[in-house]
Design a protein around this ligand. Sequence first.
Ligand SMILES: Cc1cc2nc3c(=O)[nH]c(=O)nc-3n(C[C@H](O)[C@H](O)[C@H](O)COP(=O)(O)OP(=O)(O)OC[C@H]3O[C@@H](n4cnc5c(N)ncnc54)[C@H](O)[C@@H]3O)c2cc1C
Length: 603
Amino acid sequence: MKIHKHEVIIVGAGGAGLMAALYASRGGADVAVVSKLYPTRSHTGTAQGGIGAALGNLDEDQPIYHAYDTVKGGDYLADQNAALVLAEGAVEAVIELEHMGLPFDRTPDGRISQRRFGGHTREFGKELVRRACHAADRTGHMILQTLYQNCIKRNVNFFDEFQVVDTIINDGVCVGVVAIQIGTGEFHIFHGKAVMFASGGWGRCWSVSSNAHSMTGDGAAAVLRRGVPLQDMEFFQFHPTGIYKMGILITEGVRGEGGVLINNKGERFMEKYAPSAKDLASRDVVSRAIYDEVKKGNGIKGKDYVYLDVRPETVNRFFAEEGRKERIDAAYVEKKLPDILDFCRTYLGVDPVKEPMPIQPTAHYAMGGIPTNVDAQVVIDENWTVLPGMYAAGETACVSCHGANRLGTNSLVDLIVFGRRGGMHMADYVKGVDWTPLPADAGHEIESEFKRIRSSRGKMKPYQLRAKMQEVMMENVGVYRTEKTMTEAINVLRELRHEFRTNIAIDDQGYKFNTDLMEAWELGNLLELAEVTALSARNRTESRGGHSRDDYPKRDDENWLVHTLVCRAGTDDDPQYTINTAKKVDMSLAETDERFRPKVRAY
Ligand SMILES: Cc1cc2nc3c(=O)[nH]c(=O)nc-3n(C[C@H](O)[C@H](O)[C@H](O)COP(=O)(O)OP(=O)(O)OC[C@H]3O[C@@H](n4cnc5c(N)ncnc54)[C@H](O)[C@@H]3O)c2cc1C
């Protein structure tokens, strides 16, 4: 196998990976970014609505208000020190993005324009605040382009279309990764002093998903197999507004601009569920409300969807009812939401300026993931023990600043704040440590696993197993869950895993761009992550944030202000999972400010 040696190896070229690469290289490290996609095709490029920062350009705002919203939005499971680092770091990081050349929308006097987003308020919940900085509805695209260009400027080494398939740990130190060059099928080893996983989420476990096809959780699954725990996997966010049946995301920015949710009776139903925040209540609340409306028979045409209405006449009517002075017109909607209008016109034949959009909740964002501290170092137990040389940032990591439910615009903040901190930390770390050698058999195990998959001549195609997994996850481990539905899901997932191990069919025997083979391997990751999601969810006998149980509808602060750590032992054929709930949530802000103490749920 070809061996590449760079001090810092970063897996993934989304916002988190690129920000870390930029800062590690500025800190003097020799950096390689290994990415299965061409960097600017990463999912960060699809982020629409905005990036939150308490700049206070349009309304009075402060980082502490942002931290409060993050903790409350996360239903008090967020580590409060991490939420504060996020909110404070956001201001500096956004201004820095601006200075790097990111073309934000502007206020009339030339400052960065900001819009409202769900759950973002001022003065500890007093009223909604304009905090989301945006570049039309293409904020993520602009972040990715800006960071990529700056990485190129700094001569960061890019290995594009190399898919990482295993982690190498030697003597308790992370020393590298094994990757397959997709274009040739060859195995390569990347040997580093520090390795960061910034490989994104796993929304493809569910059938209706806003996530790109590439979101298969490769990094999280690869470290889980090597004994690193995953944290809070039961918390997966369903975004309330995906295009009906397709899952394609309609940004919360639509509601931030005044759009409203309407049922088949023409009612703005969020008034009943969240009388003050209404359509801009946090995502878990709105997704549940849509499910409840559908259950009551209030779905449009009796089906399982509702309308999202941003027609100027509708928006202006509700603005007037609420005593708000602003008014919008078609030109404003075209300017602020060009991509959304384009998606709806292209995929649905619906023109949102003239008609409401049919929407349903869509699997969107992993709150859980690889546990880290605020410097992006991976921690492996309840005592915050660091695994030397291993880092994680972005959606694949769990800092945990989002707790049980992430607020809109806070993922992009997470990428740049913790990507940057991780990059700086790695640059320092690699200066102070010697190279740990690679183990003699590095890469052998995963090479034989690929031989096994390649030679599988069973009956099931990987896509058939994937469709079954996605359906069972959507039905049984979706917005609402119970002991019964989750146990059923676990049993089905075990059967699917057995099929995957013994009965799949790989047709393509080539080496160049063998997507048949790579998709089969990705399915293995999804099956593994689906199972630990269901196991973690069944274990948590309460409802909190994105985890809603019909059989345990109440939040239980006495017993459950703890993180879930799920670990894997055993073999690929018979994995043994253990769940540990000894890691307590950091409550440091609550110690001095009672507003940060968990209160009765406000909704
Ligand atoms: C449609 C949509 C809209 C969104 N809108 C917003 C928004 O407005 N505001 C907000 O805050 N958040 C938003 N989010 C969430 C946010 O965009 C993501 O959580 C975030 O961009 C993830 O960034 P990341 O850097 O962690 O990973 P990604 O951007 O997903 O990148 C993952 C990277 O890892 C690489 N990779 C994966 N597996 C491997 C492997 N095996 N080997 C090598 N490389 C690998 C990929 O090539 C890619 O470069 C949105 C998400 C979606 C899906």
